[in-house]
Design a protein around this ligand. Structure first.
Ligand SMILES: NC(=O)c1ccc[n+]([C@@H]2O[C@H](COP(=O)([O-])OP(=O)(O)OC[C@H]3O[C@@H](n4cnc5c(N)ncnc54)[C@H](O)[C@@H]3O)[C@@H](O)[C@H]2O)c1
Length: 446
């Protein structure tokens, strides 16, 4: 009885601090997800203490030096200038915040299994200084059960008990970098607690800064919700990519088909084909579920199949390019290919898991001479899966550069590129994104 009373009074006090905005919010991982989230809290008058193992990010935040290009950095300097946003790499300070929100990476291992080392490492760091009354919320995308099995297990090794001494919830991040219609504050936030009190507190926290919260019955349901969203995208991208190949053989333009199909006012949702899949979410997250499902004796076939189809797409693009060069009496070996777009999607600077690297790697192995143009990525980053790619910088987009190449390959369709200029001067254009809807003598749709 006394435990219940004390946990309730603790929760009431924490809730009051959250509602009065006097609660200090700690955000662990100041990347694409954590930093916009930190700003969302500071802009609603919360004080935020950000934590990152990457000291360069911490220094950049204090120096006003942008490290996420598509983010309005004025928001960062104003939050830092107001004193409401501070950042540190000193994890001993994890005891200071009332709330700790975890936004660390959840990649796959080389064997394509969940790499939980970041979440686990963070939970261990928190455990070192976990104190009564703290609310811990995991936001990193992960398999159902992570919060109430893995994270709770580590935190309870301290002797403190979740739901009684501290509070624990999961709330998936739905950030869509570069989306001008929706931002962190306006994307409804799904919230599920390991126990009802934790769920209530997490809902109160996000309810104060985000336009709508969606409460679900448990942290597992919240984890599963996020995976369903990304699996839905992965499977539909695979479907439309496969249809593109089928229609291409039939001499039917997939883009014209999709434009027409999209006029149906119900029962159809458009997905566009492309050179594969990319980013930190869609190519990775679905496999968190397949991995966990095996523990329950189930192998989800749709997800594996979507993976196979999408991972074949960069090779299909290279084949189309090779055939188009061949039609013009050219071999791939020695051909100069100018690749447009390293980022995995348009108008952002994020190249993680980008199909551009698979394509460039294959082009180089076939003997092509490769350069690239990406207005958002002036210098090609070093990439984990392709450590041998040469150092490259973005080529200037000029008529002479275009005329000097054998083919321009559009992998990502950034809006600021002058595609009319590309079509006018490049001898061959291979378009994987439907940039050109018309037929042109030097154009191949791929
Ligand atoms: N990027 C997106 O669009 C997006 C969208 C929805 C969900 N997510 C999910 O959000 C999570 C974070 O993704 P992200 O894109 O922000 O990653 P990110 O790589 O941009 O940022 C993660 C940050 O965490 C830091 N970090 C790593 N280990 C740490 C540790 N032990 N302690 C403190 N900081 C640490 C890194 O230095 C980095 O700054 C992932 O689970 C991802 O799947 C991402």
């Amino acid at each position: 009885m006394s435990a219940t009373v004390s946990s309730t009074s603790r929760a009431v006090q924490l809730r009051a601090r959250i509602e009065e905005r006097t609660a200090l919010v700690g955000i662990i991982g100041l990347g694409y997800v954590g930093l916009p989230l930190a700003l969302t809290f500071t802009e609603r008058q919360f004080r935020v203490l950000g934590f990152d193992v990457d000291r360069k990010k911490v220094d950049s935040l204090h120096a006003g030096d942008p490290y996420i290009r598509h983010l309005d950095w004025g928001r960062v300097t104003s939050a830092a200038g107001s004193g409401r946003l501070q950042a540190t790499s000193d994890f001993l300070r994890l005891s200071e915040p009332d709330v700790l929100i975890v936004c660390v990476p959840t990649p796959l291992t080389p064997q394509r299994e969940p790499d939980m080392s970041y979440v686990e490492g963070t939970a261990r760091q928190i455990a070192k200084s976990l104190r009564r009354d703290q609310l811990v919320v995991l936001e990193s995308t992960t398999y159902p059960g992570t919060t109430d099995e893995l994270v709770r297990g580590i935190l309870e090794q301290t002797g403190l008990v979740s739901g009684r001494d501290f509070f624990l919830a999961f709330s998936p991040e739905r950030e869509d970098p570069g989306n001008s219609s929706y931002g962190t504050a306006t994307i409804p936030k799904v919230v599920g607690g390991v126990d009802p009190v934790s769920g209530d507190l997490a809902q109160a926290l996000y309810g104060g800064v985000i336009s709508k919260t969606v409460r679900v019955s448990s942290s597992r349901t919240a984890e599963a919700t996020k995976l369903v969203e990304n699996i839905f995208r992965a499977v539909n991208i695979a479907l439309v990519n496969e249809l593109k190949i089928v229609f291409d053989r039939m001499g039917i333009d997939i883009w014209e088909v999709l434009d027409a199909a999209s006029t149906k006012p119900f029962g159809f949702m458009r997905f566009n084909p492309g050179p594969g899949w990319g980013g930190h979410c869609i190519p990775l997250d679905p496999f968190y579920l397949t991995w966990k499902a095996r523990e329950y004796g189930v192998t989800p076939k749709f997800i594996e199949l979507a993976g196979e189809v999408n991972e074949q797409m960069p090779h299909y693009v290279v084949e189309k390019l090779q055939a188009a060069l061949n039609d013009r009496g050219k071999a791939m070996k020695g051909s100069k290919i100018l690749v447009f777009g390293l980022a995995y999607k348009k108008n952002i600077d994020d190249a993680r898991e980008s199909p551009a690297f698979v394509i460039i790697d294959e082009l180089l192995r076939k003997g092509a001479v490769v350069s690239y143009h990406d207005p958002h990525i002036p210098q090609a980053p070093s990439v984990r899966n392709w450590p041998d790619l040469p150092a490259m910088t973005s080529a200037r987009l000029e008529p002479e550069t275009l005329a000097a190449c054998d083919a321009a390959l559009i992998v990502t369709d950034h809006s600021s590129v002058d595609y009319a200029l590309v079509a006018r001067h490049a001898p061959l254009v291979v378009d994987t994104r439907g940039v050109y809807r018309e037929s042109l003598p030097n154009l191949v749709k791929s």
